[in-house]
Design a protein around this ligand. Structure first.
Ligand code: FES
Length: 169
């Protein structure tokens, strides 16, 4: 049986490498966690947010629904307020549209222009959208308003993340 002796130099090398490795892992782990956390949060952001809008009070006339929720961005928590224009279509299906104009991002209003009634109107550059959110050709917006996925819970309206408008074919 051979006995290999570890020299003082080797012992110091092994020890310093081991301790250095632990220290590096201790410093890197929080950084990796910090970088990955927003990605994990983004998945959770697919969740529906509660509004105060009662489902049975939604009619065929679009109403503005503001809703606020808490958003975590890495370690920072803040309140975010969003808006939707909500109504029932002629099949009784709930439609929730984003108010963000597809031209340059101003906020559109229902019935906001007297000369174009029953339409969404963007005051910034005169953008027009039909009730479904479809952009009117000849006005600046080049795409329909986004729509929110909707859900009902305890008689209240819940909204998901805005997505390309599914009501415009
Ligand atoms: S931002 Fe709405 S028309 Fe320009």
């Amino acid at each position: 049986m051979s006995k290999q002796r570890v020299s003082r130099r080797q012992f110091l090398n092994y020890t310093l490498t081991g301790v250095g490795g632990f220290m590096a892992a201790g410093m890197l782990m929080p950084m990796v966690r910090f970088a990955v956390d927003p990605i994990l949060s983004a998945e959770a952001a697919g969740d529906f947010k509660a509004t105060k809008q009662k489902i049975d009070e939604i009619t065929e006339k679009p109403v503005r629904v503001d809703f606020t929720y808490e958003q975590k961005d890495a370690w920072y928590t803040s309140d975010v307020t969003q808006t939707a224009w909500v109504y029932k279509d002629n099949k009784g299906e709930i439609v929730a549209l984003s108010p963000v104009c597809k031209h340059l991002g101003c906020t559109v209003n229902w019935d906001g222009d007297k000369s174009n009634p029953n339409m969404f109107y963007c005051p910034c550059h005169g953008g027009l959208y039909e009730k479904s959110g479809k952009n009117v050709p000849g006005t600046p917006p080049t795409a329909p308003l986004d729509s929110y996925p909707v859900k009902e819970k305890d008689g209240l309206l819940y909204l998901g993340k805005p997505e390309p408008n599914k009501f415009v074919k």
